[in-house]
Design a protein around this ligand. Structure first.
Ligand code: FAD
Length: 455
């Protein structure tokens, strides 16, 4: 995903060198699913959905790249347009924001990777692993200034600014301590989310109809149905570690039996499966803070994307947040040049504090609440919390299909186009929620029935 940042910076006149550990270059996007191996990205073949916010960043900042992705087979789809008019109330101005450009991860990354390699001002070196940092000899205020990186072949590459886009396994804190910097503060938690996903392909290139939102929360489990490129999609069962009753979902026949018992999910299985059941667990929510006790740990260096903050993919926000980081970094550099390193870091923190930090905080909070809710349901009790934001979000999601305004508010949050606290004051939202009253979001088997089906 570093490609978006590289291209944005290059278009502002910076010379960008991308060092990528994985050697194989991106193949033609049409071949990527079958031929591209990427050891550096653990989730490479896992189900992905790229949100409308990701598309919006591309369309706003690099419309030619957005078009190139679609030309390479990615799916451009409007989430409002695929729903029945009886629910949407018909097309409205502004609904174009719900358009997404999405696809299987290898296909999207191959298309983005090829666009990056075509970009003037960007040099991509593959098979180059960053194993160390270089720092200036003078250390004003005891804060090291990073001047470049060391790669696995022992070569030092100098840079005015080093950007860590090394993903969730970035080793930047270790590298920083070797140049005498303080270790960034890290908040880390494995909430126990467990994903059982499967990819499908239709015979005629079509995508099944959406009978509910892409992410559907039932009592103790959630389901995601994720349209993708070239008539493919994925279906994901989201559970929490310790839910022994659904552990058998790792076997195809159990997974299918469970999936078919959910009326809004079953029809997504009526096609050719192109994978078995892909299981993913042990995914940390991790945020790194590069300002410790009011002091930045180093200058000449920033982290973006998952290297800065990675959250559980239960709401599919990682790529959108990485894209917003790319825009934020470009803007920070527009305001403060690399020759004012301390001010640049301050500017970067100011921008992320006002843009991506609140989105990350919301995501972490959602992930925690949902895990608690699933655990409570497994234990046979309702989930209780006095967080009004959680109750509002739950009520809004459940009522979305009952009023076109509520649908747009709920979809804006799900698409990462607005935060829950931002849509709440929208005209009439609270009144409409009250008028709809308490409703069940999606209907499916209750807990006891699920346990019996999964056995
Ligand atoms: C199971 C799962 C499902 C997900 N689903 C979604 C989804 O549906 N939607 C969504 O938006 N997000 C999703 N995400 C999150 C998304 O994949 C990440 O947020 C996104 O990939 C972050 O991009 P990045 O560029 O920061 O890191 P990455 O995409 O992880 O890229 C990091 C790159 O750095 C390279 N690298 C690492 N270390 C070094 C080094 N030392 N030297 C050189 N190169 C190095 C790696 O090889 C890799 O290419 C999911 C994540 C998981 C785990």
């Amino acid at each position: 995903m570093a490609g978006a940042a590289a291209m944005l910076l290059a278009r502002d006149g910076h010379h960008v060198t991308v060092l990528e550990r994985d050697p194989p270059p991106p193949p033609a996007p049409a071949d990527a699913w079958n031929t591209w191996e990427r050891r550096g990205v653990t989730q490479f073949r896992q189900p992905h959905s790229f949100l409308p916010r990701f598309r919006e960043v591309l369309d706003d900042q690099m419309p030619d790249v957005a078009d190139a992705l679609v030309a390479d087979g990615l799916l451009r789809q409007n989430r409002m347009a695929v729903l029945p008019e009886a629910i949407t109330g018909g097309w409205r101005d502004g609904d174009e924001r719900f358009t997404t450009i999405t696809g299987r991860r290898p296909v999207l990354e191959a298309a983005l990777g090829r666009a990056t390699e075509r970009e003037p001002g960007v040099e991509v070196h593959r098979g180059q692993s960053v194993i160390g940092l270089t720092a200036a000899e003078r250390v004003p205020d005891g804060i090291p200034h990073v001047t470049g990186v060391v790669t696995g072949d022992g070569r030092c590459r100098s840079a005015d600014l080093v950007v860590d886009a090394g993903g969730r396994r970035s080793r930047l804190p270790d590298l920083l301590t070797t140049i005498g910097a303080r270790r960034p503060a890290e908040e880390l938690a494995d909430l126990g989310y467990t994903y059982y996903g499967r990819h499908y392909r239709s015979a005629d290139g079509s995508i099944p109809p959406m009978l509910g939102p892409p992410l559907q929360a039932y009592d103790s489990v959630s389901w995601a149905t994720l349209p993708a490129d070239n008539g493919t999609w994925s279906v994901v069962l989201v559970t929490v570690a310790g839910d022994g009753a659904v552990r058998a979902a790792r076997h195809v026949e159990h997974w299918e039996r469970i999936a078919r018992s959910y009326p809004l999910i079953a029809h997504w299985l009526d096609a050719e499966p192109i994978t078995g059941i892909d299981l993913m667990a042990g995914i940390d929510d991790r945020v790194r803070r590069y300002v410790v006790d009011g002091q930045v740990v180093a200058t000449g260096l920033v982290a973006v994307g998952d290297a800065l903050a990675c959250t559980n993919p239960s709401v599919g926000r990682g790529a959108s947040i990485a894209a917003l980081h790319a825009v934020g970094l470009r803007d920070a550099l527009r305001k403060v040049g690399v020759d004012a390193p301390r001010e640049l870091i301050d500017q970067w923190h100011e921008i992320t504090a006002g843009t991506t930090d609140p989105l990350i905080d919301d995501t972490l909070l959602f992930n925690q609440h949902r895990v608690n809710e699933m655990a409570a349901q497994i234990a046979g009790r309702p989930y209780e919390t006095d967080d009004p934001g959680w109750h509002f979000g739950r009520a809004l999601t459940a009522a979305a299909g009952h009023h076109p305004d509520l649908l747009r508010a709920a979809m804006s949050v799900a698409a990462l186009l607005a935060r829950g606290v931002e849509v709440r004051p929208w005209d009439g939202i609270v009144d409409q929620l009250a008028a709809v009253g308490p409703v069940e979001a999606c209907t499916g088997p209750g807990r006891d029935e699920l346990v019996a089906i999964a056995a």
